[in-house]
Design a binder for this molecule. Sequence first.
Ligand code: PBG
Ligand code: ZN
Length: 324
Amino acid sequence: MFRKFRRTRLNKNLRSLVRETRVDVEDFIYPLFIRSGEGIKTEVASMPGVYQMSIDEVLKECDELKSLGIYSIILFGIPDVKDSVGSDALCEHGIIASSIRTIKEAHPDMFVVTDLCFCEYTDHGHCGIIDHKHDTVDNDSTLKMSAQQAVVHAKAGADMIAPSGMMDGIILTLREALDSAGYSNVPVMSYSTKFASGYYGPFRDVAESTPSFGDRASYQMDPANRREALAESIEDEAQGADILMVKPALAYLDIVREIKDNTSLPLAVYNVSGEYAMLKLAQKHDLIDYERVVMETMVSFKRAGADIIISYHAKEVARMLRSR
Ligand code: PBG
Ligand code: ZN
């Protein structure tokens, strides 16, 4: 008699055996926000469970992450002083460079990724140097400063550089700068397809990086454009990116799949601040089975084709995976 295989999957073990997609603690990169000082651990109002931390707290956080099996972090810096060109980002004693050195010294087994941009360091909050005549970001002078920033990160011990500003030609520029400074072994993970998105709202609170005028539409992508989204990532592959990325994640799973099918590079998704905040708020109001929805969301990223998930949920997911 014809019997559907589906029915036999009522068995839990068989269900595991035939499952097509798995989420693993090793898929994750955990974002950390670092500011100067000591003993600082300030929770972000719009993102419960996410903190601005001073470096001593970050070191403790690394212990906890490792105990959960998370060995990859991405660093964001909040400098004491912001100026028109984001000088702190170019300084070997700036918040990120000094943090990398301290983290790598205490935790050499941590894989330290740095977000490379200027919006956290500039007083105007844009991702690069402003061309005042046109009130826009000047692509080419931003490239030059980005090259400097990349070398500062690499020199401090960064394991991977992740440029998030979406300037034209950034990947080739960074690759050449890193190679000629002797860091050809440091890979570049490009925020290759980054949409101009409302989902970054809470991040701009925590990183204190809301633009003081205008928006980022001149250098981030229109959410309506699918072909352009693919072209941007493929262009970065051609320029020498080692890993591609789609950001945000949840509203763009079609783009994730499309890029995955058109590249041989590993693909990351950034499960951004607004996506996290929505689930946290729903949890707070008891509107959803939170853990179930978080897991379902992570599975959707992997199923769409992501190899790497950058997520504020990483620690929670690690605990869930452990308790199963
Ligand atoms: C900096 C940067 C942003 C994010 C990551 N890197 C903010 C932005 O582009 O406005 C957003 C991450 C998040 O929302 O969690 N360019
Ligand atoms: Zn930026």
